[in-house]
Design a protein around this ligand. Structure first.
Ligand SMILES: Cc1cc2nc3c(=O)[nH]c(=O)nc-3n(C[C@H](O)[C@H](O)[C@H](O)COP(=O)(O)OP(=O)(O)OC[C@H]3O[C@@H](n4cnc5c(N)ncnc54)[C@H](O)[C@@H]3O)c2cc1C
Length: 429
């Protein structure tokens, strides 16, 4: 296991950071002003995308890209520091065509799309010409357990017909969003096996019967790309819009999540690094009761704890990225548990580190003048999106229990019971 960045990743990270300093940060205020004025995405984003692509900073996330597909083919470990850099500016990822949820959707299409589906959906996504959303969660069932999902899909002649209601669907309000990947329950499912009765269907957003009901604010934050409630009222698409096999939706949804979680976690770590740096500089500059805040023991403790926790989390995430890069050479169940662990650790980290930074900033930390309030909100949401903390804890615990069950009794050699003390074994010559 070697976590040193490869020369290619190092070079790309330096170029990415230089690009962000030179082209994105000067536009940050303009981006917020445009969005506040309802001009989303701001027109200059397309120019920045073209520039990023010219510079080779495009589709940095997908190791399995084909020769004829645009991008860098970095593995997960090499991409991780780039995601961290992008995380510092929440709108940056789109400029490099590395934004969620399109990255996960691109991975899905890359693995499962037919040639016709590739041409219609994957190619425009890889070229940044459209956006997409992944529609799984529903208001009427506990969606942390996807076997509950109730939106139905039924086969009718050459068509598939979908009915149901989804919510918190990220990206669906983006004006360029043309595709919903909808996870549905098969109307003909006779199996009680919840893991084989769902399918994924590709639904063009403009299909009759698709209604974006509202863009739901998250803790008062109104995301321009949206976390939308969507009504599907007898939505009819051709049967060739099925993605993958009938009944394979659950397994495909699981497959979608690994690399995407590494990306989310590294972006979180980027936001935590920035929050810590902002807090540290503020503590050096701000004086109360005759000395800089940086000289207060509690402030020093917050800064130190944040530094240690960020570094711990980064190592854990890089380890997960490395495991994902090993493919079949490592036990898939261990990787799953590790990916669940990083999702939990990064979301909690973001809340703690950003909360401390807000406290150092005093009232200003509550305002929109720093990125901290938005980072905290996002950290809180991360504890639910892509599965709540408790589900990830369950995954880690079940893996731990399975391992112990497989070797039950092996640790008894470490006991020192009264019986063993009375009759210790003698070393044989
Ligand atoms: C900002 C944001 C963006 C999102 N984007 C998307 C998106 O793009 N697409 C999409 O499909 N969904 C999206 N979601 C929805 C998200 O995936 C769900 O909210 C999440 O899976 C939890 O489902 P639920 O809200 O139905 O909670 P429920 O399933 O009702 O769970 C409620 C609570 O029950 C507890 N719980 C659940 N299971 C267990 C367990 N096994 N053990 C112990 N406690 C448990 C947890 O505390 C959990 O928080 C998004 C959510 C947010 C907040």
């Amino acid at each position: 296991m070697d976590f040193a960045l490869s020369p290619l990743a190092l070079a790309l990270r330096d170029r990415l950071l230089a690009f962000m300093d030179r082209y994105l940060l000067p536009y940050n205020a303009a981006w917020h002003a445009a969005v506040a004025a309802g001009d989303y995405p701001p027109p200059f984003v397309e120019d920045l995308k073209a520039l990023a692509r010219e510079e080779g900073l495009w589709n940095l996330f997908l190791p399995t890209l084909r020769e004829d597909e645009p991008g860098t083919r970095l593995n997960n470990l090499d991409y991780a520091p780039l995601a961290e850099a992008m995380g510092r500016l929440p709108w940056a990822a789109e400029v490099f065509n590395c934004q969620a949820p399109d990255t996960g959707n691109i991975e899905l299409l890359h693995r499962f799309a037919t040639p016709a589906q590739r041409t219609r959906w994957l190619v425009p996504l890889l070229h940044g010409q459209m956006r997409s959303a992944f529609a799984m969660s529903e208001p009427d069932v506990a969606s942390s357990d996807p076997t509950n999902l109730q939106t139905t899909v039924r086969r009718e002649g050459d068509d598939l017909v979908l009915s149901g209601r989804k919510w918190f669907i990220t990206g669906a309000a983006h004006p360029h969003c043309q595709l919903l990947i909808v996870l549905c329950r098969n109307a003909d499912a006779d199996s009680e096996d919840g893991h084989h009765r769902h399918s994924m269907v590709l639904v063009p957003v403009n299909t009759p019967g698709v209604q974006i009901v509202r863009n739901i604010p998250v803790l008062h934050h109104h995301a321009p790309e949206g976390h939308c409630e969507i009504l599907l009222r007898s939505v009819r698409v051709p049967a060739d819009h099925l993605l993958g096999d009938w009944g394979a939706g659950f397994a495909m949804a699981q497959a979608r999540l690994g690399p995407g979680r590494v990306h989310h976690c590294m972006r979180s770590i980027g936001q935590c690094e920035l929050a810590l740096r902002l807090a540290t500089e503020r503590a050096l500059e701000r004086t109360a009761f005759g000395k800089p805040l940086a000289e207060q023991a509690n402030v020093q403790e917050w800064l130190a704890e944040s530094r240690i926790e960020i570094d711990q989390a980064r190592l854990l995430v890089l380890h997960a990225a490395w495991l994902l890069d090993q493919g079949d050479a490592v036990d898939a169940r261990s990787v799953r548990a590790q990916v669940a662990a990083i999702k939990l650790v990064a979301a909690r980290l973001q809340q703690r580190v950003v909360d401390r930074a807000m406290q150092v900033f005093g009232a200003m930390g509550m305002s929109p003048d720093t990125p901290l309030a938005a980072f905290w909100t996002w950290g809180r949401a991360l504890r639910l999106m892509d599965g709540p903390d408790e589900v990830h804890l369950r995954t880690v615990a079940r893996h731990e229990l399975a391992q112990a069950r497989a070797g039950l009794g092996a640790s008894a050699a470490y006991f020192t019971t009264p019986e063993q003390l009375r009759a210790p074994p003698h070393l044989s010559a």
